[in-house]
Each structure stands twice: as C-alpha cells, then as structure tokens.
Design a protein around this ligand. Structure first.
Ligand code: ASP
Length: 341
C-alpha cells in the first residue's frame, strides 16, 4: 500500500523531527504572543545562559561579566549555568534540545566550529540546530607553564620541550576546547608529541598548573592575565599577531620563534532553533548594549579581550562567521587526523 497523509508510514523520522520542531517553535511563539509573556513584556523570568566549561575559567568570566551587564539592560537576571564535558559538546547538545522559549541561550567559542570535524558522532549540528544572536568579545591566548619550569623564555622553552617531550604534560579543556586547539598547533610547530591532560575547563587546569601537577597550558587571557601579573605562572607570550595592551611586556609567540603562530578566541551567542525572532531581537539588543556597558568594557580590556566589530555582533554576522570557520577548520582537523568517536 502506498503511504498516504494520515497513514503512519507517510512520515519519515526526519519529517517527524521537523514537524515536532516546528510545533515546539509555534507553541513558543504562541506563548509569547499570549498575554503575560508577549514579546513586549519579555523577559518575565530569569534567563539561563549556558556556559560549556567550568566556573571560574575564561569562557565563564566573559559570560558572567556579560550576564551582569545584560541583567541591567533586560531588568531580569541572566543566570550562568555551567554544563561541563566533552570539550563543550555536552552543553551544545543540551541547548540544541532545550525549549526555544527565550529562556535558554548559549555562549561558546571556536569549539562550535571545530566540533563537527573533531567528533565523529555529534548529537547536534552547529549550523542548523541554533538561532544566531551575535558575536561577543575576541580573546587572545597565552602560553604559560608552572612557575618552576626550567625554561625562562620561548627560545629556551623550544629547546627544553624538544629535549624532554616524553616528560612534559600539556593541560587542556578537552577535545574541541581552544586550549586543545592551541596545544595541537604548538606540538605541530615544535614537531613533538606531548602527553595531554584534559580537564572540564581551564579553571581546574590552571589549578593543576599552580599545584605543579601539569607543566604547560595554552589559555585565554581572561584566565591568565591575573596569574601572569601576580607571577604565579611563567608566561612565554601571546598568540596574537601583535603584542597586547593588557600584557605589554609579553612577546608574541611568533617573535619568540613560532613563526606565524596565531590563535584568537571568538565567542558566539546562540539560542535553540525556533526561538521567536522577536526574542532574538530583544536579547541581541541587550547583548550589544551589555557590551557597551563601561563595567563590561573595562573589565574585558583589563583582561586583554577586545570587542568584536559591530558587523559581527548581529545574527547575520555570527552566521557568516561560523560558516566560514566550519569550512576553514574542517579540512585542517581532518588532515591532522584528530577526532573522537
Ligand atoms: N579555555 C577553555 C578552552 O580551552 C575553556 C574554558 O574553561 O573556558 O576552551
């Protein structure tokens, strides 16, 4: 018998998923139109901002500082929720499956673009399962070591790492984390294979470095500037093309001998697919206003972060950028043969 509309066989499971998603989106829109939670009065309760790494780390610091400024703009609390594991993919999957009702948003970095190539089985699609809100700050990274590391500058570190590669532990925040990406580029540049130690974020990785349990870490300045300034870790330089204002004495890694070494961490803000456009518009306007808050701007500047250009702070700006990053990193990662099942 030929399947007809109404017969269960008419719907393929893909069609069913599409219908379910449209239904959820319609319900959410209807809910927003109806009375107390109309787009005008939105938000009527606290909003969750999901962070894919441990509290106290660099992504968390950006998110919490932003959440405080956005809370002032929206008149409702933006509450950070840390969902840890698998280099940020557990949080992304959680948000992709959350209600698109305007009360769950997600902040993630470059990992959103690298995860499709890094993970063979991914339960979400970064390009189709989310609504785009906009990009936030861009953050340089630094290469740091435990305080008693014998090498005192990049030239010494290169010699030391090459001679002791089997003994050196390199911490990261899991496959898909930018610390992983930066560490991978470092090992490629030096032609070494170090033992990597994954954590649920670079806050716990930093604690292990301070405690001398690991040797090296490549991490965002939003986590490392206070430690570098306090002299509790050794720093070999920044991963940007130019030196940065927050750490004027730190050379670029390129100056230090890793020619053309560059990693900049960008941040995107997303919502589950189907979140009503009026909500995206309102939350996005609050994101852009929050970034202009002097408290946010000065804290970020102190920590070495830079405001992303206005053109990237929009849904379209993020959509175009994410697509270009997915296309850029896919072939590089596949060529390197790094992946998780
Ligand atoms: N810095 C981390 C990373 O390597 C994430 C974090 O803890 O914020 O991706």
């Amino acid at each position: 018998m030929k399947p007809s509309i109404g017969s269960p066989r008419f719907f393929t499971s893909a069609t069913k998923r599409l219908l379910q998603a449209s239904l959820v989106a319609l319900t959410a829109t209807a809910g927003l139109m109806a009375g107390s939670s109309s787009a005008q009065t939105y938000p009527t309760k606290p909003i969750n901002l999901v962070v894919p790494f441990a509290a106290g780390g660099p992504t968390d610091v950006v998110a919490r500082t932003l959440a405080a400024s956005m809370t002032k703009v929206l008149g409702q609390s933006v509450v950070v929720e840390n969902k840890l594991g698998a280099g940020g993919t557990i949080a992304a999957s959680y948000v992709a499956k959350s209600q698109p009702d305007g009360y769950t948003f997600f902040i993630h970095h470059n990992g959103m673009a690298t995860s499709p190539a890094l993970y063979r089985k991914l339960s979400f699609n970064p390009l189709t399962d989310f609504e785009y809100v906009g990009q936030a700050v861009d953050v340089p990274m630094t290469l740091i070591a435990r305080k008693d590391m014998p090498a005192n500058n990049m030239a010494e570190l290169i010699t030391y790492v090459k001679a002791n590669s089997t003994k050196i532990n390199l911490a990261n925040a899991g496959l898909g984390a930018v610390s992983h990406l930066c560490g991978m580029l470092l090992q490629q540049a030096l032609g070494v294979d170090l033992t990597t130690v994954p954590f649920s974020g670079t806050a716990p990785a930093m604690n292990a470095l301070l405690g001398g349990q690991v040797d090296l870490l490549c991490d965002q300045t939003t986590n490392t500037v206070p430690q570098i300034k306090a002299g509790t870790v050794k720093s070999y330089g920044v991963t940007t093309k130019q030196r940065i204002k927050a750490l004027p004495d730190q050379p670029t890694l390129s100056e230090g001998g890793l020619k053309d070494f560059e990693v900049v961490v960008w941040h995107g803000v997303y919502a589950p697919k189907g979140t009503p456009p009026a909500v995206i518009e309102k939350f996005g306007a609050a994101l852009r206003a929050g970034m202009k808050d002097p408290n946010f701007a000065s804290r970020m500047a102190d920590l070495g972060a830079e405001m992303t250009p206005d053109s990237k702070q929009t849904p379209e700006g993020l959509r175009v950028w994410l697509n270009s990053e997915v296309n850029k990193w896919g072939p590089i990662i596949r060529k390197a043969g790094v992946y998780a099942d």
